[in-house]
Design a binder for this molecule. Structure first.
Ligand SMILES: Cc1cc2nc3c(=O)[nH]c(=O)nc-3n(C[C@H](O)[C@H](O)[C@H](O)COP(=O)(O)O)c2cc1C
Length: 183
């Protein structure tokens, strides 16, 4: 029998071209429920989620980002044709008090797999940190009701895919199963 969870994990791709159509509130709630149910170290639940669906604000974020890192800086893939949010209609931000990169990463994958399971595409975007974790990012934290001393962990673009990219091959030789270890 086909394992739909494994298939969803294996079929997910980073999507950098999106249709100009917003995801539904039901889809967003399901994604956010998957996010908050992510495990966290000592059940600390450090990640705070903000979802931005305001196109004008996303465009303004892109301008601030490019003014900070440079308009011709290849700080992220497709830098020359796409804004930092990859033209996605929804951008999810993860913030945390202190260094919670691992918890943020685990929540990120829940978001990506939940989105994929509903036919949606995602792009994980670390580059936004080039703005968000600099003094120029404080105004954005304030606008999104995030304390200045919280760290931006990652952003995830979500929307209907407008491309079907080929899988990027994974490097071999990174896994070893040890059934008996010489001691
Ligand atoms: C921690 C992390 C940060 C990433 N940051 C960016 C980014 O800033 N911009 C971008 O376009 N893609 C970003 N990506 C997407 C990766 O480039 C992508 O996952 C990788 O090339 C593998 O492709 P796949 O997701 O289709 O398997 C990021 C992915 C991860 C896991």
């Amino acid at each position: 029998m086909e394992n739909i969870v494994l298939k969803t994990i294996l079929d997910r791709r980073t999507i950098r071209f999106y249709k100009d159509e917003q995801i539904s509130d039901e889809q967003l709630s399901a994604i956010l429920e998957a996010a908050v149910w992510a495990p966290s170290g000592r059940n600390g639940q450090p990640c705070h989620i903000r979802v931005l669906q305001d196109k004008k604000a996303l465009e303004a974020l892109n301008v601030d980002f490019k003014n900070k890192v440079g308009w011709d800086t290849p700080a992220y893939t497709n830098w020359n044709i796409s804004p930092v949010y990859q033209n996605a209609p929804t951008l999810i931000f993860l913030f945390a008090e202190g260094n919670s990169a691992m918890d943020g990463g685990i929540m990120t994958e829940n978001i990506c797999i939940a989105a994929k399971s509903m036919g949606l595409g995602t792009c994980i975007i670390a580059s936004v940190g080039g703005l968000m974790n600099e003094p120029e990012g404080n105004v954005w934290k304030k606008r999104m009701n995030i304390p200045e001393d919280y760290k931006f962990l990652i952003a995830i673009a979500v929307g209907y895919p407008d491309e079907d990219p080929a899988p990027k091959p994974r490097a071999e030789g990174r896994v070893e199963i040890i059934k008996e270890l010489a001691l």
